[in-house]
Design a protein around this ligand. Structure first.
Ligand SMILES: [Zn+2]
Length: 74
């Protein structure tokens, strides 16, 4: 098993509320699906292969993690 190719650490909400993925971030995130309670959105600074550096919101981090795993399987 290879290690994930991206690393991340939790950071403060960006002042302009922009995710590095190019969208405005909402304040809350339903972490466990559409019917789960709203929780404060978390933000992460990501460094990884094939990803622009920057601060990503939590849902984008989940997607990036998933993509990194898919890439490793090839
Ligand atoms: Zn995002």
């Amino acid at each position: 098993m290879m290690k994930p190719t991206i690393t991340y650490k939790e950071v403060k909400r960006p002042v302009d509320n922009m995710c590095a993925n190019g969208h405005l971030c909402s304040e809350y995130y339903r972490r466990n699906g559409p019917h789960s309670p709203q929780e404060a959105m978390r933000f992460f600074s990501i460094t990884g292969e094939g990803l622009p550096k920057g601060i990503y919101c939590e849902p984008c981090l989940v997607i990036a993690n998933h993509l990194a795993r898919v890439k490793e399987k090839k």
